[in-house]
Design a protein around this ligand. Structure first.
Ligand code: HEC
Ligand code: HEC
Ligand code: HEC
Ligand code: HEC
Length: 454
């Protein structure tokens, strides 16, 4: 079975040096009770309501305003979210719909819940249009209550009380993005292996990288820092890893979606463990991994996020790192046991991952931390833990995230940044095509960083 699972975020990732992010301490609103925009009770007025030329629809950024005011133009012209609905009308979507027995992709709730702002009919204002795709309110929350007051100059806190979704909070942002870039529980929305099998692309995700490549319709300046949370890119990365892993484990524990006949839901397994050619020398490539400890011939849980979390845990709390490593190996091994034992191990691992979320949200990552994380990443590579494509891909995104955060924190100078970006380019090249991926080439490319960490 050889399907193209390729993906092109590298092309979108521009110069790393320009990424803005600043240290952010603990004290995040735990905000458990804040609902995702799609599931909250506030009406959605529609993108047009935000796009007035004196509001967010200016052609050029406004001078002397807190916000750019040309957000709409950026979103409409450059941001793929504005085209997310249109995608449902293309040939690929038609084929997916046909394979799934859906009448149309663009009328199916299954697709619209992620490719548009698909709130109930009673929640839609007069100017609301589904065809606007993933519009402002799909991320910023239904604005019926806050539209009036925010125009009149309410504070960020007041807006949040009135239903604005706090996209600046890294934990809540992670939940928001992951709800579409992976899914939320089976009752709501999810891309299953069945949907992938019908033709949906693979959906790799990393919160900091994706925050960076979404064309920015905001600037983080002094004024922004006064009003909002500005976590470092490394912290955003760490939080994203933990929440993504938690979402995957929650899906394993969700009895209503996890079994497909005799198989577990395959979407949380390493795609390339099954989808690679067998005929060529490079594709007969089993190599035992210490942390996985499974014999050849078993599908592996996609543990890319777990490898990243281990690196983070080993740095911020070695005892926690130990526990995470142990639970990870037990979980992998349980794939070869009974279904109940497997779920039991998933539950134990989830408890540690949830602790990681809390710790990552409370840790202010220093320049020394960042250097140690880079070294940790290289060491995992050396130990063969970045052997699978999914892990290599996460490692490359992690490298980008850590390097740009180091630059922002003043932990590296421009000359070093240039050298690191050159080394990063070699890692991009080694992971550019998942079908042609050669673990040994990637291992060599990532090792090129070793001499640059000081
Ligand atoms: C859980 C959310 C979710 C669901 C459900 C979902 N998608 Fe997607 N879809 C995404 C995301 C996120 C991407 C972008 C992946 C990327 O590029 O990183 C995407 C990408 C796509 C693409 C490729 C777009 C491009 O620019 O090439 C197509 C086509 C597509 N989806 C069709 C569908 C269809 C048809 C359905 C319904 C059967 C569906 N999707 C259901 C989230 C979802
Ligand atoms: C895919 C999610 C997403 C979509 C869609 C989106 N935004 Fe944003 N927006 C963000 C994120 C993330 C931030 C940065 C964090 C923050 O400031 O809250 C942001 C920030 C902003 C800011 C804050 C700027 C500041 O200085 O405080 C404004 C204003 C804004 N967006 C307006 C819009 C408008 C108008 C639209 C629609 C045309 C839109 N956004 C669509 C995610 C999104
Ligand atoms: C309501 C669902 C939804 C939410 C919420 C959402 N996205 Fe997306 N996102 C999508 C879909 C669907 C696509 C694919 C659109 C396409 O290909 O045309 C996409 C595409 C993207 C892309 C382009 C990927 C590529 O391959 O070029 C980036 C970057 C992105 N999203 C970042 C984010 C970030 C960051 C957040 C959180 C702040 C977020 N998204 C929240 C649904 C969503
Ligand atoms: C345990 C093995 C296994 C894993 C892991 C797995 N798949 Fe599959 N996949 C299969 C099998 C079996 C089929 C059905 C093949 C067929 O119909 O000929 C399939 C079919 C597909 C197809 C349709 C192929 C075709 O030729 O029609 C796609 C696309 C796909 N998978 C994508 C993925 C993605 C993306 C992932 C990871 C998120 C993944 N798969 C993980 C075993 C796996």
């Amino acid at each position: 079975m050889n399907v193209s699972l390729g993906w092109d975020w590298r092309r979108a990732l521009g110069a790393l040096a320009t990424v803005a992010a600043i240290a952010w301490g603990p004290g995040a609103a735990s905000a458990q009770d804040i609902k995702l925009p799609l599931y909250a009770a506030d009406g959605h007025v529609g993108v047009t309501s935000c796009a007035g030329s004196t509001c967010h629809g200016a052609v050029e950024p406004f001078k002397g305003s807190n916000v750019l005011q040309n957000e709409f133009v950026t979103w409409q012209r450059e941001d793929k979210h504005s085209r997310a609905y249109a995608v449902l009308l293309n040939d690929r979507s038609k084929r997916i719909a046909r394979n799934l027995g859906l009448e149309n992709a663009h009328t199916a709730k299954l697709c619209l819940d992620c490719h548009a702002d698909n709130v109930g009919a009673d929640m839609r204002g007069r100017q609301f249009q589904l065809s606007d795709g993933v519009g402002c309110e799909a991320c910023h929350g239904g604005s019926r209550r806050w539209l009036g007051t925010h125009v009149a100059g309410a504070t960020h806190e007041e807006n949040i009380k009135a239903g604005l979704f706090p996209t600046d909070d890294p934990v809540l942002r992670a939940k928001l993005c992951i709800s579409c870039h992976f899914g939320v529980d089976s009752q709501t929305k999810f891309v299953t292996h069945k949907i992938m099998g019908a033709g949906h692309p693979r959906m790799p995700f990393e919160l900091d990288t994706f925050t960076t490549i979404q064309p920015a319709h905001y600037v983080i300046d002094d004024d922004y820092r006064k009003r909002k949370k500005t976590p470092s890119g490394v912290q955003v990365w760490a939080i994203g890893q933990a929440l993504q892993m938690a979402a995957m484990l929650e899906s394993v524990l969700d009895g209503s979606r996890n079994r497909q006949g005799v198989f577990p839901e395959l979407v949380v397994f390493d795609c390339h463990a099954c989808h690679h050619q067998m005929s060529q020398e490079i594709d007969l490539r089993f190599q035992g991994r210490r942390s996985v400890a499974l014999p050849p011939g078993y599908p592996r849980f996609n543990d890319a996020n777990l490898v990243m979390l281990r690196i983070i845990a080993n740095r911020i709390d070695p005892a926690l790192g130990q526990r995470l490593s142990q639970r990870t190996t037990e979980f992998h091994k349980a794939v070869a046991g009974s279904f109940d034992a497997y779920q039991g191990k998933a539950r134990e691992l989830l408890a540690v991952v949830n602790e990681m979320s809390r710790r990552a949200a409370a840790h202010g990552f220093s320049g020394d931390d960042m250097r140690a994380l880079l070294t940790g990443l290289l060491d995992e590579g050396k130990n063969g833990e970045l052997f699978d494509y999914a892990a290599a891909e996460q490692a490359v995104m992690a490298l980008g995230s850590i390097i740009s955060a180091m630059k922002t924190a003043g932990a590296i100078d421009n000359a070093r940044l240039e050298q690191m970006n050159a080394a990063l380019e070699r890692c991009y090249a080694a992971t550019a095509d998942d079908e042609l991926y050669r673990p040994a080439d990637f291992a060599a490319a990532i090792e090129g960083f070793r001499s640059l960490i000081r």
